[in-house]
Design a protein around this ligand. Structure first.
Ligand SMILES: NC(=O)C1=CN([C@@H]2O[C@H](COP(=O)(O)OP(=O)(O)OC[C@H]3O[C@@H](n4cnc5c(N)ncnc54)[C@H](OP(=O)(O)O)[C@@H]3O)[C@@H](O)[C@H]2O)C=CC1
Length: 515
């Protein structure tokens, strides 16, 4: 029997960010391994015209929860969706709901965050810092609370190259930042943002670092742990391989590459691609929840959930495998033939941006205009290149994260728990994982039918022929212009033509002789 699964039985668990990528997988695993848990409270806000209940209904009816519904048929009775907006005071939770949360919660998993790199500092602070502080204040009023698990990111200290499982302080105290956001206007915040984030690349990583400081400062006598995952990708094994449901991290870029929009990126092919499957992060999170509640470590422990130091893969290898998978299972209606090239050289990268990204978009828009349609490709390309510019920081560097606490925890687990809550990335086969990831993107994000693969392959063949035709035409035009302008080019041309003529004459003469 798994000790971790048994621990969560009968427990009341509060999850923030349960409608997000990681939150859904966390809920799924909890219900699948501990169907006897008492209740999962989730803080949900209405979104995109859906009420909180409709959102929960949609999650439970998704493919991700198919296994859970077999194991735990009354799963819908065990989820309590609580209307909440983390941007508001007391999260806008009703008095009755707040009372229930405070008196019943045993474990808190705090996953909610804004993960947008370019979020306005005021909003990023509100969600990643102030909301964390408020949640900790709530947690301190929960008499039955056994553990509070905060999800941060391995990149919260990406301004360093070697990162230990400790909290690194930011120069300005989070409390001062929170206060100043209340009275400074947007223009001033915009002005001071670069100074505050310093050598971090964006407001996301900066506010996640501040969030960690808040956790440390507000910990009081709570049992707290922080988990720092690196770049979270599709599921590795559970509940099935390749599940993914948003465009964050590499997923959106893999789509852009598979559809032929993005063919090259400025990135170091040998830099470590520190991807970590979402089910691995969830397994570690649940194991940490158990360990923190049962063993009550004296200080706040930080766990790095990374792959680079134990089972490294680099961007070049990843791009190669992504491309190899596109050959086997191409995406439908590609714009151009896929490529996945990482180039470290800025000038080469700018050249490919112009030739391989912007020029085809302009040509296609011209074609759309000619055929009386609205041009759109240049706009798509501009947004894509903006996204690429934001991730370039992360694909041009390598980091080293120490994983002593994570390895210590692994050694504390029983063999059964090591199997059920496996977070040992040494067992991950990258080639297999990436293939399943691309397949998962095709199935669950693009919702493309596998029966369409032969047609998609045909389409790629047509694109290849168009590509050859286009290049040949381009070459002939360029050559024609060159001959018209340069005596040297004309001489070379006459030499080639006369050489071919002589060769053909010789070939014809020798074949006549044989007859
Ligand atoms: N994805 C990744 O690569 C990595 C993620 N992380 C961390 O993991 C955690 C989870 O990330 P992930 O699941 O990928 O992120 P998602 O963007 O998928 O999910 C974010 C969650 O936060 C919720 N949320 C955001 N704003 C509010 C609000 N105002 N009120 C209530 N809920 C809100 C979202 O709710 P809604 O659905 O309503 O928007 C959603 O459930 C985050 O803390 C992130 O920093 C760390 C490393 C890598």
């Amino acid at each position: 029997m798994s000790m971790i699964a048994a621990f969560y039985s009968g427990k009341s668990i509060l999850i923030t960010g349960a409608t997000g990528f990681m939150g859904k997988v966390l809920m799924e695993k909890l219900f699948r391994t501990s169907p006897d848990l008492k209740v999962i409270y989730i803080l949900v806000r209405p979104k995109a015209g859906q009420t909180t209940q409709q959102r929960v209904f949609q999650i439970l009816n998704s493919k991700l929860f198919e296994k859970v519904k077999e194991i735990c048929p009354n799963v819908h009775e065990k989820i309590r969706a609580i209307y909440a907006d983390l941007n508001q005071n007391d999260f806008a939770i009703s008095k009755e709901d707040m009372q229930e949360l405070l008196s019943c919660t045993n474990i808190v998993f705090h996953c909610a965050a804004t993960v947008r790199f370019d979020d306005h500092l005021r909003h990023a602070v509100q969600l990643n810092v102030t909301a964390t502080q408020q949640l900790l204040i709530m947690a301190s009023q929960m008499p039955k609370l056994e553990a509070f698990i905060h999800i941060s990111t391995a990149f919260s200290n990406c301004n360093l190259t070697h990162i230990d499982e400790v909290i690194y302080p930011c120069p300005v105290e989070p409390k001062k930042i929170i206060d100043s956001m209340e009275w400074l206007d947007d223009a001033i915040i915009d002005e001071i943002t670069p100074k505050l984030i310093g050598d971090r690349p964006n407001t996301y990583t900066y506010t996640k670092a501040l969030g960690e400081m808040v956790v440390q400062q507000e910990s009081r006598n709570l049992n707290i742990a922080i988990i720092r995952p690196s770049i979270v990708g599709a599921t590795w094994q559970e509940p099935f391989p390749g599940w993914v449901d948003n465009l964050n991290g590499p997923s959106g870029l893999i789509i852009a590459a598979g559809k032929g929009f993005l063919r090259s990126i400025r990135g170091a092919p040998m830099a470590v691609a520190d991807l970590i499957p979402v089910d691995t992060v969830v397994n570690l999170t649940l194991a940490v929840g158990w360990y923190t509640a049962v063993h009550r470590p004296k200080s706040t422990l930080i766990y790095h959930c990374t792959s680079g130091n134990l089972n490294p893969c680099n961007w070049g290898k990843m791009g190669f495998q992504v491309l190899a998978t596109f050959e086997k299972v191409p995406f439908e209606r590609a714009f151009r033939r896929p490529n996945a090239d990482f180039t470290a050289n800025t000038i080469t990268s700018q050249y490919w941006n112009a030739v391989s990204h912007r020029a085809p978009a302009i040509i296609y828009d011209f074609y759309l205009r000619l055929t009386g349609r609205k041009p759109r490709m240049t706009k798509i390309m501009n947004r894509l290149l903006k996204t690429v510019s934001m991730i370039e920081y992360f694909v041009n560097r390598s980091w080293e994260w120490s994983t002593y606490n994570t390895e210590m925890l692994m050694s504390e687990l029983s063999p059964e728990d090591q199997r059920v809550f496996n977070f040992d990335v040494r067992q991950l086969n990258w080639l297999e994982y990436i293939e399943n990831y691309v397949l998962g993107i095709k199935k669950y994000l693009l919702k493309e039918d596998m029966a369409g693969i032969p047609e998609a392959k045909q389409h790629l063949k047509r694109l290849r022929n168009i590509h050859y035709l286009f290049n040949t035409a381009l070459f002939l035009i360029a050559w024609r212009l060159l001959i018209a302008r340069s005596q040297m080019a004309r001489n070379v041309w006459f030499f080639i033509v006369s050489f071919c003529y002589k060769f053909l004459s010789y070939f014809r003469a020798s074949s006549t002789l044989k007859v």
